[in-house]
Design a protein around this ligand. Structure first.
Ligand code: ANZ
Ligand code: ZN
Length: 891
């Protein structure tokens, strides 16, 4: 490939690639990749996701689908605001220049998007409709205000959603330790849709990654169990503590109760008990924000409440139970109280070891079969003899019997279902977001802005300090307005919406991006939704996808998407989800100290440390500044060309796996391209005959070798097509095409006649194989494929003027393929060594009674058979295993 200047080829075809044409005769096909935040530069994750979506969309266009492949910008959010705070740059100008830069980079990677559909979430013509959807939520009782204990990020000075707080209680944005604060906030009632959000995951069973569905399921967190009420005595007074449990069957094994720090009883006692108050304060400091993701061995700390004891309602006479305040009990889940069963729950076990004053552990359940092992037994089983009337019941039976007994004794228990999902807190005390379209009037209360008064424009040129509450509160002339209801003086809501709101519906806007009156029209929704393939990073598996599913169901609910995707779909927005894996960078570290090395710490060939004989340790890790392993896609593209970079991205790993970026391997792609270029050149002088090149010319196969080549080609088309439309095994597309390239490359040169007449493969088959290869190459390496297409047809101006990307995707020659399926390849071994591979027709193989003599006859018809088995040679034994894949001659 020495004479190939790939960056120049990119440049030559860039314009053509940027605005792809759909010559559609098939229905719509909507491919969407998650739109980027306009930070200013594309990173490797972007390169990977947009390569995948570009390849799939070019492939579908060639197949004849009316492809929608849009691109936009998730342009509201903190980085712009921080740039404004830290460097005094205007958030809007900053965002716009970043968008311009990234658009150029997308073009440089050879990507083709429908730029006519471009949208930007921070543009008034977009956020007007975000606000309209907010009003719709409000009108339908799904947007409401509530006092709420919020997660307060003291560094960014803003409220965070629960989801933006790490399991360790750190801010997802700034990394600061999150505090708690009471504020009046806006919420979306996502919990109204909890059931369909959970149940409809089932519809996605075969088309979404299992891991993503599980994460969503856990987050929604449906939990079936029971409420059980415990009589509690404190200071002579009787009270009741209600707990939630999924294991009512373990009630006979309860050894204590544990309350959360904000339980009413705890609050009351803490007012007069200093030690308790300080315990509560400390425990609140290291709150377990996220029980389901909390690592093991999390807080076991407890505080025994003095003078408080509880009774087990099922065995009230069996003595009293201690009551603790415990860090691990969540205030927002169930009743903020737990019945402690050390014998059968891991956390309770750990807690009791720490706080049980050396008391033993009561075990009430044994395995159905098999013996007991040390530690808590957490699985279902059979109740032991120490459980009175419930003894020898199974877990399932006992759950029902115990709840029923307590219920009949006077409402001491009741079956119930708990959900983990909370309503979505959407207000942010931030500037760079869509203003919440609400007005506060002293006489009318909170009043929605009139639909015709949208958008509520975000004021420009606002000075943002980054301190305190909402920056908008300081823009007096903006805040002061008149009440939409009574016309009197009123104030605008000064919060903006969580940027997750913007990205929850953008894929619906893409189908009707210029619509002024509505977010999108019903007709377009029915025509273009759902998205056929959605591609993006697995880091969005939870929140973004959950919110997007919520908005799709909401759109259906208010009649904006009446068809909801047709029968059986139930308004699921993304038919198929592909989550691409991360790109890891090659990381060099010091073999002794383990310290990460910069390129300048290494010798020029990177094999040793600079001025040393030590070899660096090499690993692949998440790209980061501190590891000096970041790779800039733009630099890579300008060095190797977009096509080799794209092919490399696809080839190095299956789409969902981690991709270990090793730049040196790109030369493998260059070598492959070089071989294709060689083929094209060898052929083009011979293809001056238009009749041969006409795609409708009947294919004349004149001998066995032509048949074989033709068949191999059909197999390739079938495999590549299946990978692009069913399995998304895009790495195998490259290897399959490489294989075909190698076959074509190994044919004897056209101008030489082979001596034995073997391999007499004529021009027509060769040409058709080459042009089919180019068509399959086109989605992956579009610029290079166009260059080859032009070169191949240089003497046929009619075709040279066409574009390979506008050609139809190759169809499989079914007849040839049928043959391929019907033929068994049988390796002929002589004394264990393979000498030739022959083909046996499957039907013949099945019909033949005397298989060995039939196959031997075929073998003897080949020159190799004659050579190794003919003449004087004496065959002692023939072994032909079932399936006819091998035949072994012992001579
Ligand atoms: C007794 C018990 C015995 C429990 C046993 C489990 C196993 P999921 O499945 O996530 O819903 N629990 C209840 N409320 C809690 C709270 N506010 N904070 C922390 N933990 C709480 O979990 C339900 C289980 O979590 C409940 O069942 C309870 O412990 C605990 F062998 O009750 B279980
Ligand atoms: Zn009013």
């Amino acid at each position: 490939a020495g004479n190939l200047d790939f960056p120049a080829i990119d440049a030559k075809w860039r314009l053509h690639l940027q605005s792809p044409i759909s010559r559609a005769w098939l229905p719509k096909f909507y491919i969407c990749s998650m739109f980027p935040y306009p930070s200013g530069t594309l990173h490797m994750g972007h390169l990977r996701v947009y390569t995948i979506s570009d390849v799939l969309s070019r492939f579908r266009r060639m197949q004849g689908y009316d492809v929608i492949h849009p691109m936009g910008w998730d342009a509201f959010g903190l980085p712009a605001e921080n740039a404004a705070i830290e460097r005094g740059i205007d958030a809007k100008a900053w965002t716009e220049s970043n968008i311009a830069a990234m658009k150029t980079q997308l073009a440089a990677m050879g990507a083709g998007f429908d730029w006519s559909r471009e949208l930007t979430t921070c543009a008034p013509d977009y956020y007007e409709h975000t606000q309209r959807l907010f009003l719709q939520m409000h009108k339908n009782g799904l947007a409401y205000r509530a006092q709420s204990m919020v997660n307060w990020d003291p560094v960014d000075g803003t409220v965070l959603a629960n989801e933006q707080v790490s399991p360790m209680g750190l801010s997802w944005r700034s990394g600061a330790v999150v505090e708690k604060k009471m504020l009046e906030q806006w919420f979306f009632k996502i919990t109204k849709f909890k059931k369909p959000l959970l149940d409809d995951l089932e519809l996605l069973k075969d088309s979404w990654p299992e891991r993503v569905r599980t994460q969503q399921k856990n987050w929604i967190g449906k939990s079936e169990g029971a409420k059980i009420r415990f009589p509690v005595f404190l200071g002579g007074e009787g009270e009741v503590v209600e707990v939630f449990t999924t294991r009512a069957d373990t009630l006979p094994g309860v050894q204590y109760l544990a309350l959360s720090t904000s339980h009413p009883i705890v609050k009351r006692l803490a007012a007069t008990n200093e030690a308790l108050a300080s315990f509560v304060k400390e425990a609140d400091g290291n709150k377990d924000f996220n029980k389901h993701q909390a690592p093991d061995g999390k807080p076991k700390k407890g505080f025994l409440l003095p003078g408080v004891d509880a009774q087990n309602p099922i065995t009230p006479l069996s003595g009293s139970l201690p009551v603790f305040v415990a860090e691990y009990v969540l205030e927002g889940y169930g009743n903020g109280a737990v019945m402690g069963v050390p014998g059968h729950d891991t956390r309770d076990f750990a807690f009791w070891k720490e706080n049980g004053a050396g008391q033993g552990i009561k075990s009430v359940i044994r395995p159905l079969n098999g013996c007991e092992s040390p530690g808590p037994f957490v699985h279902p089983g059979v109740l032991k003899d120490n459980c009175g009337e419930f003894s020898s019941m199974t877990t399932k039976q006992a759950k029902r019997a115990i709840v029923e007994k307590l219920r009949s004794k006077g409402e001491w228990a009741e079956n119930t279902t708990l959900w983990r999902l909370r309503d979505w807190l959407v207000s942010r005390q931030r500037y760079w977001g869509a203003p919440i379209p609400m007005v506060h009037c002293s006489s009318c209360g909170v009043v929605p802005v009139k639909d015709e008064d949208l958008p509520v424009l975000l004021p420009e040129g606002v000075h943002i300090s980054g301190k305190g509450g909402s920056p908008l509160a300081n823009v007096k002339e903006w805040v002061e307005t008149s009440c939409p209801s009574c016309g009197g003086e009123a104030r605008r809501d000064t919060d903006t919406m969580d940027t997750f709101v913007d990205s929850s519906w953008y894929y619906m806007r893409f189908i009707d991006p210029k619509n002024k009156e509505e977010p999108f029209s019903k007709e377009k929704a029915s025509e273009f939704l759902p998205v056929d393939i959605y591609i993006g990073g697995v880091e969005h598996a939870l929140l973004h996808l959950l919110y997007a599913r919520f908005f799709a169901k909401f759109a259906h609910f208010i009649g904006l998407w009446p068809s909801g995707g047709g029968p059986g779909n139930k308004a699921e927005p993304f038919k198929r989800l592909i989550t691409q894996g991360m790109v890891h960078g090659k990381t060099y570290s010091h073999p002794e100290t383990g310290q990460f090395l910069k390129p300048e710490d290494l010798s020029p060939d990177l094999k040793t440390l600079k001025d040393s004989v030590l070899t660096p340790t090499i690993s692949f890790e998440k790209m980061s500044k501190s590891k000096h392993n970041g790779v800039d896609p733009a630099a890579c593209i300008s060095r190797y060309g977009a096509d080799a970079t794209r092919a490399h991205v696809l080839f190095q790993a299956p789409v969902s796996d981690v991709l270990e970026w090793d730049e040196r391997k790109i030369v493998g792609m260059h070598r492959w391209f070089g071989r294709i270029w060689g083929l094209v050149h060898a052929l083009r002088y011979h293809t001056q005959d238009e009749a041969i090149c006409a795609s409708d010319a009947p294919m004349m196969l004149r001998n066995r070798d032509e048949h074989l080549l033709w068949r191999e080609m059909q197999g390739t088309v079938r495999e590549v097509t299946a990978s692009l439309e069913e399995t998304y095994a895009l790495n195998t597309v490259i290897s399959t095409l490489t294989k075909l390239t190698n076959t074509l490359h190994s044919l004897h040169p056209l101008h030489e006649m082979p001596k034995n007449g073997k391999g007499m493969i004529g021009l027509q088959v060769r040409y058709r194989a080459a042009e089919t290869l180019l068509r399959m190459l086109a989605p992956i390496a579009p610029a290079f494929a166009e260059e080859c297409w032009e070169a191949l047809h240089i003497y046929i101006p009619d075709i040279a003027g066409t574009k390979v990307l506008e050609r139809p995707w190759p169809k499989v020659d079914e007849v040839a393929l049928k043959h391929l399926d019907e033929v068994i390849k049988c390796a002929v071994q002589v004394n264990g060594k393979v000498r030739v591979v022959i083909e046996i027709e499957r039907t013949k193989a099945e019909d033949t009674k005397n298989a060995i003599s039939y196959v031997t006859k075929l073998v003897m018809q080949t020159p190799e058979g004659q050579k190794w088995l003919g003449g004087e040679k004496e065959v002692q034994q023939v072994i032909l295993p079932k399936g006819w894949r091998t035949i072994n001659f012992v001579i």
